[in-house]
Write a new protein. Structure first.
Length: 381
């Protein structure tokens, strides 16, 4: 008997390639749970950051020692509140702390140290493109403890509300290089300062430092043998130039006297004469730095066609310039031989390409003061 479809509907079929659909509700729940976890983590991190920031803001102290409503830290030197000292002088003063708002100001340690620091930079090429990278170096060559108060165990000492003072005193009893200020970040410098360091026991309360700078001058002496110095040169255009120095040693703040002679038989055009004082840093075998300290025009010729010229000039040497010196700077990790010397260049500006004359004269600068007398000349410090 034939099969009969009484409802007139097509016979059922079977698809061998059936499609399986994943539950949409399962996927949605997974995403929602992941989103909740991410939001929770971000929320916890935000609360932790805000809490730590608030604690630091509430408990931090101005590291520069400036006055705040709750805290004041000052350093006063006994030398009529001046901060300039010579080698052999006694550096003394008082650190004063005013605590107006911290009933239990806890400290792990308090250190007051006299520090000498030499700072310089070096450049090196990095990568295939030859980019230059600058590295800052700090050599701690002098360190002397003035006050050390610390606790090595888990305890700490507490400074209640009130005023506190600590007196310090130390003698500069060893030869030290003079202070040399840094007016550009790439230029070497020698700094001395009294450093106060307070270490707090709580991990979330930052330690802080206060530095009070001093200036150290070196008592250099006048050389035993001072002789005349003469140098001459001739340009491509036949001009002869000669400089004559009665001495090449000069005390900072004094005048340096010298003669300049020109002989110009062909009357080639000469524009003028100038002088440049250069400070030269020799930092071991690491690098040499040349700093132009003074550049002055000595003579400007109205008539360019001069045949002969003679004149005595006087050059003012800056009073604050550091003396010539050589010193071995030693720290825990390095040892550097540092030399600082000076060079005076007398330039004759001549018309034409590569026609100028440059006469380099080595100078010794000291901090002694010249004492003149009618019989013989001597020098005092």
């Amino acid at each position: 008997m034939d099969n009969v479809n009484y409802y007139k509907s097509p016979p059922p079929t079977v698809d061998d390639n059936a499609t399986v659909y994943e539950s949409q509700s399962c996927l949605t729940n997974r995403k929602r749970n992941l989103l909740i976890i991410v939001i929770t983590i971000v929320f916890i991190i935000g609360i932790f950051y805000a809490t730590v920031k608030a604690v630091f803001s509430r408990n931090s102290i101005n590291s520069n020692g400036n006055k705040t409503d709750d805290f004041l830290l000052t350093c006063q030197f006994d030398n009529q509140n001046k901060n300039q000292y010579w080698s052999g002088d006694n550096v003394s003063g008082t650190i004063e702390l005013i605590n107006n708002n911290y009933p239990e100001f806890k400290l792990r340690s308090l250190n007051i140290t006299l520090v000498g620091m030499f700072v310089y930079t070096t450049s090196s090429k990095t990568g295939n493109k030859g980019l230059s990278k600058k590295t800052k170096h700090e050599v701690l060559f002098f360190e002397k403890d003035l006050i050390v108060k610390s606790i090595n165990n888990e305890n700490q000492f507490v400074l209640p509300l009130g005023n506190y003072t600590w007196s310090f005193s130390s003698r500069l009893d060893q030869p030290l290089p003079p202070s040399i200020e840094q007016f550009k970040t790439s230029i070497p410098s020698i700094r001395y300062f009294v450093r106060l360091k307070m270490v707090r026991p709580e991990w979330y309360k930052r330690d802080f430092y206060k530095e009070s700078g001093i200036i150290v001058r070196d008592n250099s002496s006048w050389p035993a043998n001072v002789t005349r110095f003469e140098k001459q040169s001739e340009s491509r255009r036949g001009i002869q130039a000669r400089v004559n120095f009665p001495k090449t040693v000069v005390a900072a703040g004094n005048r340096l006297s010298f003669d300049v002679d020109l002989h110009n038989p062909q009357k080639a055009p000469v524009r003028g004469i100038s002088a440049t004082l250069t400070q030269i840093w020799e930092i071991g075998r690491i690098k040499t730095v040349r700093l132009e300290l003074l550049d002055t025009k000595l003579e400007k010729f109205e008539s360019l066609s001069i045949e002969k010229f003679h004149k005595t000039f006087e050059l003012n040497v800056p009073e604050t310039i550091p003396a010539t010196f050589s010193s071995n700077l030693t720290s825990l990790s390095t040892r550097i031989l540092l030399n600082i010397h000076y060079e005076l260049t007398i330039k004759v500006d001549i018309d034409g390409i590569f026609a100028d004359i440059n006469l380099e004269v080595p100078l010794i600068i000291i901090n002694a003061i010249e004492k003149k007398s009618t019989t013989n000349s001597g020098f005092i410090q």
